[in-house]
Write a protein that binds this ligand. Structure first.
Ligand code: PLP
Ligand code: COI
Length: 341
């Protein structure tokens, strides 16, 4: 298979239309067989549930070219399970988890020419999503849905790659207690758009959201969970019912314990204690692990000891181990890698 002629090493995190996408429709209480199609556009009624009441959820995962030339993806079963949780919370039908994984495989196969080569620094971002498609005007769930997957080759989420970021403590909340922060619903991201534009205008790369109830505990950013490293090399990561259960974070917890022999604490993290950590990073599919050098809390600068030049040493070890597993350089735990081609 011949690869597309793209400038792989200079890709940003953007949308590039590829040749093929997967579509399945839900009607009369059941999903159809689904198919790979070429049209990237969707035509829907003006009153579709997705337009009126934002009934839409999504997922994000990546496909990688391994050192020995295979195409693989990372823990797609966990994306399938999380999408099922998101669907249940928004009163949408679950797209069966095994079919989700099969559809990811089919879509990546159909777009193999777009999977960036090993060593290019780029990966294929996979975006499964689902929306309510029939007209809904009273506030209620739709009866008909579409599940789709598109892919797009991407580079680093944050410009500057592995350079430490400066972020701010946000005055806006991303999610409410007992709300939808723990699922991947489009509405959570709509909620965060004003906050992210504000942060960017002020020169920050991202927001640190606090728990809305007490505004004392670290939650997450708009698109990633936090990890912290203590001065005695423990991994600490916030535990909260209103953050997204990041698959990257859950994988890093395992990697820290079982590959690097680190102690791990998954617990509430107070904003007040952040100044005492040695390293801080943002973790997620898009972010991978992006180091944070400085956190600004209303003029008060919290500077992580690692500085602003490079990723801290423990974060780097976690990064190298995780990406080593994803790209086939290191042996993966059972079931983590799904070989596509
Ligand atoms: N938190 C939010 C709000 C996200 O959008 C994402 C991205 O998916 C993450 C965390 C990281 O999750 P994952 O590691 O499963 O990509
Ligand atoms: C992901 O990491 O997959 C996300 O959905 C985060 C988003 C900010 C791109």
């Amino acid at each position: 298979m011949e690869k597309k002629q793209l400038d792989w090493s200079n890709l940003g995190f953007g949308y590039i239309e590829t040749d093929a996408r997967f579509v399945s429709a839900y009607k009369d209480g059941k999903w159809d067989d689904g198919a790979i199609v070429t049209d990237a556009n969707i035509v829907l009624n003006e009153c579709a549930g997705v337009f009126q009441y934002a009934q839409t959820i999504f997922e994000g995962l990546k496909a990688y070219t391994t050192e020995d030339g295979h195409i693989v993806c990372f823990r797609p079963d966990l994306n399938a399970a999380r999408m099922a949780d998101s669907a249940r919370r928004l009163e949408m039908p679950v797209f069966p988890e095994d079919r989700f994984v099969e559809a990811v495989v089919e879509t990546v196969k159909a777009n193999a020419a777009y999977v960036p080569p090993f060593g290019s620094g780029a990966t294929l971002y996979i975006r499964p999503y689902m929306m309510g498609t029939n007209p809904v005007i009273g506030v209620k769930p739709a009866d008909e849905y579409m599940f789709r997957i598109f892919v797009t080759p991407v580079g680093p989420y944050f410009k500057g790659g592995a350079k430490p970021l400066t972020i701010k403590v946000s005055d806006f909340d991303r999610a409410a207690p007992h709300g939808t922060g723990h699922i991947k619903a489009g509405l959570n991201y709509a909620m965060s758009l004003h906050a992210i534009v504000t942060a960017h205008e002020e020169g920050y790369a991202e927001n640190m959201y606090l728990d809305p109830q007490t505004r004392t505990k670290v939650e997450e950013t708009g698109g990633a969970n936090f990890i912290f490293i203590t001065k005695d090399n423990k991994l600490v990561t916030p535990k909260s019912d209103s953050i997204l259960p990041s698959i990257t974070r859950r994988s890093l917890v395992y990697v820290a314990k079982h590959y690097l022999g680190m102690e791990v604490e998954e617990r509430e993290v107070l904003l007040e204690e952040v100044k005492d950590f040695a390293e801080c990073g943002l973790c997620g599919t898009a972010a991978v692990i992006s180091p944070v050098g400085k956190i600004v809390d209303h003029g008060n600068e919290i500077c992580l000891p690692g500085g602003m030049d490079e990723m801290g040493p423990v974060t780097k070890k976690l990064y190298d181990t995780l990406t080593g597993i994803q790209m086939g350089r290191l042996e993966a735990p059972e079931g983590w890698i799904k070989t596509i081609l």
